[in-house]
Ligand binder design. Structure first.
Ligand code: NAP
Length: 311
């Protein structure tokens, strides 16, 4: 079997037991497709026939991905096979504009949504709206984007979170680390736990006929490792991680399975190996906190207030 054939059969993704998706006639909106795991997600979806809408903050990078997608999938209807939309998740104004533009692009049509975009930072920073950056980009802005697009969802929404949520601690007195000490692990795990709690709630509110799935890609060598603020240290971390961690293609597997395969609604998909760092995608268990419906309601009420959504 050629590599392309194996990939078509799910071999490279670790789910050769499952049906190869046929996404012809479907549209999928993928954030974070300008790099890393999101780019691999977009590539597979395009190979399986989906039309793509790719909201991205860096137009030049996104144009490069669009050109690669069109080249590799030999899409003959290139004009609308891959459509780019400007989106900066660190700015709620940009999120509102992107949601309006995507709704307009779809017209009377529908789309599946995959929020892959995420960020880390070596120091505390704020978004245009004064949110702690990681919380803003990994949780608050995705809430505004996804919930604004719920009326056009075709079948599924997939939120890419992280198993780092298991170390997260919610503090609604100081969610943005304005008084308490910011560290990258604290901020990242809080942001991802916040997204998990929003996902727990959203899974129960999805429009009839649609469902929400959560995905953890595993430990994957991408730009996300470049978080030290020191290029030499980043290069060392990448060199040490590369033989141990998964590739972006392997990391995309959990996301693609969550989007395309039959699953119980509201599932959490991730690699089956030790600590869910590597392996084949399967249903995995989230933390007790991430299953706490009371905490979820409190967090979601707070989040809606932050992004200006009606209670
Ligand atoms: N890598 C891992 O080990 C790992 C583990 C668990 C979970 N995850 C999650 O997987 C997702 C993808 O991460 P990755 O590893 O593929 O990282 P990556 O290579 O750094 O890709 C991140 C993507 O998010 C986009 N993005 C960042 N900030 C944005 C903003 N303000 N507005 C719009 N887009 C923005 C980036 O755009 P640019 O191209 O413009 O930078 C890029 O497309 C993230 O949610 C991450 O938390 C990753």
């Amino acid at each position: 079997m050629t590599e392309a054939a194996a990939e078509r059969a799910g071999g490279v993704l670790g789910w050769e037991h499952a049906r190869t998706p046929d996404l012809r006639g479907r549209t999928v909106v993928v954030t974070g497709a300008s790099d890393g795991i999101g780019r691999e997600v977009a590539l597979h979806l395009a190979r399986w026939g989906a039309r793509l809408v790719l909201p991205a903050r860096n137009r030049a990078k996104a144009e490069g991905v669009r050109a690669r997608l069109l080249r590799e999938t030999r899409a003959d209807d290139g004009a609308d096979a891959v459509t780019l939309v400007d989106l900066d998740l660190a700015d709620l104004g940009s999120v509102r504009r992107a949601a309006r533009e995507i709704t307009g692009l779809l017209g009377s049509g529908t789309a599946d949504l995959v929020n892959v975009a995420g960020v880390v930072s070596p120091r505390r920073q704020e978004t245009a709206d004064g949110f702690e950056l990681l919380l803003g980009v990994n949780a608050l802005a995705p809430m505004l984007l996804v919930e604004s697009l719920l009326p056009v969802v075709h079948e599924r929404v997939v939120l890419v979170t992280s198993h780092a949520h298991t170390g997260g601690r919610i503090d609604l007195d100081d969610p943005h680390f304005r008084r308490t000490r910011w560290t990258l692990p604290r901020a990242y795990s809080r942001a991802k736990l916040t997204a998990m709690l929003w996902g727990l709630d959203l899974a129960t509110r999805m429009p009839t006929g649609t469902e929400l799935q959560l995905a953890h890609p595993g430990w994957v060598v991408t730009n996300l490792q470049n978080a030290s603020g020191n290029a030499q240290v980043d290069r060392l971390v990448t060199a040490v991680s590369r033989p141990l961690a998964m590739t972006a293609t392997q990391g995309a597997a959990a996301v693609l399975l969550a989007l395309t395969q039959p699953l119980p609604p509201g599932s959490y998909v991730g690699p089956d190996g030790w600590q869910h760092l590597r392996g084949r995608p399967t249903l995995i268990r989230r933390s007790e906190q991430a299953l706490d419906h009371d905490l979820s309601r409190q967090v979601v009420d707070w989040m809606r207030g932050e992004v200006g959504l009606a209670p």
